[in-house]
Design a binder for this molecule. Structure first.
Ligand code: GLA
Length: 382
């Protein structure tokens, strides 16, 4: 009998402790409410309320959202006069209903933009066959039309836009994209002018990866100075934050945030995730077109993450958040690229079909040690 009572007592205390733990657990948005917004990129199943577990998590944890795909050119204007506003409308409505800061991503990019945009009316495709490409004026008109249509539709609802995404190469020079080749260097300036005209109150951002590396950072600084000199009210720079366990160092991150902040613009971490899988390439670049064949040694954690790796990831996240919190005067938002490990693009990039573990919540929507590490870091001195 005594034994039974003791067992019941232990079970009850366990249940009680667990519920205290859950209740006492601060959420991300509360933990950092004095510092910056905490956001996540959402997929359709999330912003249409279908993935109910993830939706609960999103509502509890985040106060900013980004659209993973639905505002990209190929999704929203797949054909020349054919717009597909439905999913983007649902995304914006989700943010409004839940009182979240709504990010627009992205207006002008070299990826996920349909071929027709760059083709003349005969439908000839390649940049190499230059004479068949659309001319500068037509492409500028298409860009203006697209920006006015999209930014205009969500005026006063979308708070800030990644106007141009990834315009720079790793050495800091302008990427030779079709935008650049056909219009010329001033395509960037024009994109910002159009966006500003379309919604003068929206914040305008420049977004890119690897800005923690000195050469590319210098290119971005020069670009922002140029935009400022031309009178563009650029509000912020997005460091995408597709990070690895050994890159960037906290010192490089700190230096990068300070360098942009000195220009009078805010800094955002816009696509944060942690690639803990074995490197498939030598590159740090988050160029989405990379594709490496799957080999078993590139996919070591198909049965879950060993505790030691989970702890290392937690420590790494804590180290990064220390830098974010120390720079909270310059940082307005930290957004994760996905909600749970199941959502992440890193399950399919740069190798298709791996099990990746880059976010703070596991495949069952449970907080990982990295979540606790990040939250605990918010505490000291607060
Ligand atoms: C880039 C883009 C994002 C997304 C990620 C990975 O960083 O800015 O929209 O495509 O790659 O999916």
């Amino acid at each position: 009998m005594k034994k039974n009572l003791a067992a019941i007592f232990f079970v009850l205390t366990g249940v009680l402790m667990a519920s205290v733990d859950i209740q006492a657990r601060t959420t991300l948005k509360d933990a950092f409410k004095k510092d910056f917004l905490v956001g996540a990129a959402l997929n359709q199943a999330e912003f249409t309320d279908q993935n109910t577990n993830a939706v609960m998590l999103i509502k509890a944890q985040f106060n900013a959202i980004s659209p993973e795909n639905v505002l990209k050119w190929e999704s929203i204007q797949p054909r020349r006069f054919g717009f597909n506003f439905g999913p983007a409308d649902r995304y914006v409505a989700f943010g409004q209903k839940n009182g979240m800061f709504i990010v627009g991503h992205t207006l002008v990019w070299h990826n996920q933009t349909p071929d027709w945009v760059f083709q003349d009316d005969k439908g000839n495709r390649t940049v190499e066959r230059k004479r068949y490409l659309v001319d500068r004026e037509t492409l500028l008109q298409r860009m203006r039309y697209h920006i006015f249509k999209i930014v205009g539709r969500y005026k006063d609802k979308i708070g800030g836009w990644d106007v141009v995404n990834e315009a720079l190469d790793d050495d800091g020079t302008l990427r030779q994209s079709k935008w650049e080749k056909i219009i010329g260097d001033d395509y960037i300036l024009k994109a910002y002018q159009f966006a500003h005209e379309a919604d003068p109150k929206a914040q305008l951002y420049y977004n890119d990866y690897s800005l923690e590396n000195p050469a590319k950072r210098a290119g971005a600084i020069a670009l922002i100075k140029k935009l400022q000199a031309a009178g563009i009210p650029i509000a912020g720079v997005g460091l995408q934050g597709h990070y690895k366990m050994d890159w960037p160092t906290p010192a490089a991150l700190n230096e990068t945030i300070k360098a942009f902040s000195k220009l009078g613009v805010k800094v955002m971490i816009t696509e944060l995730d942690m690639d803990i899988l074995p490197p498939a390439t030598h590159s740090q670049a988050a160029e989405v077109s990379m594709n490496v064949a799957l080999r078993a040694e590139l996919n070591p954690y198909t049965n879950g993450l060993p505790a030691s790796v989970e702890q290392a990831e937690a420590q790494r996240y804590a180290d990064l958040f220390k830098v974010f919190v120390a720079n909270s005067n310059s940082i307005t938002r930290v957004t994760f690229w996905g909600v749970t490990d199941a959502d992440s693009w890193l399950n399919n990039w740069p190798v298709k079909g791996r099990m990746a573990y880059p976010l703070l919540f596991d495949r069952n929507c449970r907080p990982k040690p990295a979540f606790n590490a990040v939250i605990q870091d918010a505490r000291p001195g607060k």
